[in-house]
Design a protein around this ligand. Structure first.
Ligand SMILES: [Mn+2]
Length: 317
């Protein structure tokens, strides 16, 4: 096997591209996140790193704006690896021709990794193998990287991408316990939107880099700094660092927390709450729905029904 032109890898967590504003974001989210992905890909090229996307490139699997997919065709040039996440697919766990991500795969912009589709190459004289388990695909119990290389190539370095609910301190929804996986040095998991500590199990290190975009306004997101994970591969070792992506401050990105409940019970407080919401409106209607859930019970069932109908209409969901 011949030496590649790379000096390492750049792992890009869950971009969640979409054409609408999510939740409480008040900036131009569709373009801001595209620009973050673009910045990451350019950083990778400039530093001779192989870019890798950890799943959830899209937030919605289908009906993504054509202008956005067009921009991706322009941006995603050269070799880019990835797996798909739960947001890239629609109900069924497989990626189908109806999902936007499949366009990028067919156009050759992105190579999907799996247990059968591995990337192999020599980086700084070290044989490197990268595999992946997309959403709901099994994580291997063991792996034999030696079969990918000639004995004279040296000791392989194996990285495995996942998009799973992994049980890491700080992420309570985890189902899969990190364990040592023979033949895999690094597991890098997407799916979890904030960076968590690395868990070392025997020879396998489980990494949770977190995503490049801040989707929700929760406290956990407040402390998350949008970053990409850089792995510099050396002949005998590897070095991991996090590269901060240029981003606006939390307060410039998110609307203030919406008033919790209308203070005085009664329709006038309700209307006052609604007008306050209007001043910081979000295009997905996130604040509106939370406000209604907390405040709508004071009305007659018929009125409640009408209010929800109107809410659905204006938020178009
Ligand atoms: Mn995600």
């Amino acid at each position: 096997m011949t030496e590649s032109n790379y000096t390492g890898l750049l792992l890009i967590g869950d971009p969640h591209l979409e054409g609408r504003q999510p939740g409480f974001r008040k900036d131009d989210y569709p373009n801001v996140i595209l620009d973050k992905l673009d910045w990451s890909l350019k950083y990778a090229r400039t530093n001779s790193l192989l870019p890798i996307i950890l799943g959830d490139l899209f937030d919605k699997p289908r009906d993504n704006p054509t202008w956005m997919i067009g921009r991706l065709f322009e941006m995603m040039t050269g070799e880019i690896l990835g797996i798909y996440g739960n947001h890239d697919v629609h109900y069924q766990p497989e990626l189908t021709e109806h999902d936007s991500l499949s366009l990028l795969v067919k156009a050759g912009c992105l190579m999907m990794l799996s247990a059968d589709q591995l990337w192999t190459g020599i980086i700084n004289e070290r044989p490197v193998v990268i595999g992946g388990s997309s959403y709901r695909q099994a994580i291997p119990k063991r792996f034999d990287p030696a079969s990918c290389f000639a004995k004279t190539d040296g000791t392989p370095f194996t990285i495995w991408l996942t998009h799973h609910d992994i049980l890491i301190p700080g992420y309570d929804e985890g189902q899969i316990k990190p364990v040592e996986i023979e033949g895999i040095d690094l597991i890098v998991n997407g799916h979890i939107h904030r960076r968590l500590e690395t868990i070392q199990k025997g020879t396998t290190a489980w990494h949770t880099p977190g995503n490049i975009s801040r989707r929700s306004r929760s406290d956990a997101t407040k402390t998350h700094v949008p970053s990409v994970m850089r792995i510099d591969v050396e002949k005998e070792s590897s070095e991991i660092s996090y590269i901060e992506i240029p981003h606006a401050s939390f307060d410039d990105v998110f609307h203030d927390a919406v008033i919790e409940t209308a203070e005085k019970v009664g329709s006038s407080a309700f209307v006052a709450g609604l007008s306050e919401l209007q001043s910081r409106r979000t295009s997905s209607g996130a604040g509106l729905k939370e406000f209604l859930k907390k405040n709508v019970d004071q009305f007659e069932p018929k009125v409640i029904e009408e209010i929800w109908k109107l809410a659905e209409e204006v938020t178009n969901e």
